[in-house]
Design a protein. Structure first.
Length: 233
């Protein structure tokens, strides 16, 4: 059975058992003061807008039995996976690996690298650690999606024009249908958020579809059938 999701540039019918919710980089390092986002010169409070709508979608997706996948941007403590070209930006005291109020900036295992409590993964939800902006680059995300029979991605998280857009472009080239929930994404630049969404849905949906939490929740509510078994045929 397919579920119709109201979206732009046109509605999309998807099989929810072949659809995963992807939550991109909802980490303290991007959303809380003292982390990577702030060291880049950003007002991190702008990202808060995505938390509540995303909480509602996450709850509904879990209740519907969807596969939920979380990603985290960050690097190994020895920084062997951090390209010098990425690290050598900004003041040395604020670079990736430097000590900050939430531990070393953008380093795996540090408090700042963790996912915010409001959207914390539950047992059984894959968490993909990624060294770059795109969630497919040097990760096992594609293998996980294939093993779980996933063809469609509901994409959420931060930031709209950086990690969300990069991941959507990577996913689109790999043949996944991406449905981006605009109000469940956010940027440090409101104009980039708006344009980032426009770029995805322009030209007949050149990279994917764009909708909001309200439409997604309505689509879940329309499905009163049995819970979806992850990876079932
Ligand atoms: N996750 C993600 O988007 N990483 C960034 O570095 N974003 C910025 O907007 N800087």
């Amino acid at each position: 059975m397919k579920t119709l999701i109201g979206a732009e540039p046109q509605p999309l019918a998807v099989a929810l058992e072949r659809t995963a919710l992807l939550v991109i980089d909802m980490q303290r390092d991007f959303l809380e003061p003292g982390g990577f986002g702030e060291t880049l010169g950003n007002d991190v409070s702008l990202l808060k807008a995505a938390v509540k709508p995303l909480q509602a979608v996450l709850k509904a997706a879990r209740a519907a039995g969807l596969l939920v996948i979380h990603t985290r941007e960050g690097h190994r403590p020895d920084m062997s996976d951090a390209p010098p070209a990425k690290v050598e930006r900004g003041e040395p005291s604020k670079r990736i690996g430097a000590p900050g109020p939430m531990g070393r900036i953008l380093i795996r295992g540090e408090p700042g690298h963790d996912i915010i409590p409001e959207l914390y993964p539950v047992a059984g939800e894959p968490v993909i650690d990624k060294p770059g902006k795109g969630a497919f680059y040097q990760t096992d995300l594609e293998l996980t999606l294939r093993n779980c029979g996933i063809e469609n991605l509901i994409v959420t998280g931060v930031t709209t024009e950086v990690c969300v857009n990069t991941t959507v472009r990577e996913a689109n080239d790999r043949g996944y249908r991406c449905i981006v929930l605009g109000d469940c994404c956010a940027s440090y630049f409101p104009e980039f958020h708006e344009m980032g969404l426009k770029m995805i849905k322009a030209q007949g949906g050149i990279f994917g579809w764009v909708t909001g939490s309200k439409q997604m929740l309505a689509a879940f509510a329309a499905n009163k059938g049995p819970k979806y078994a992850q990876g079932s045929a």
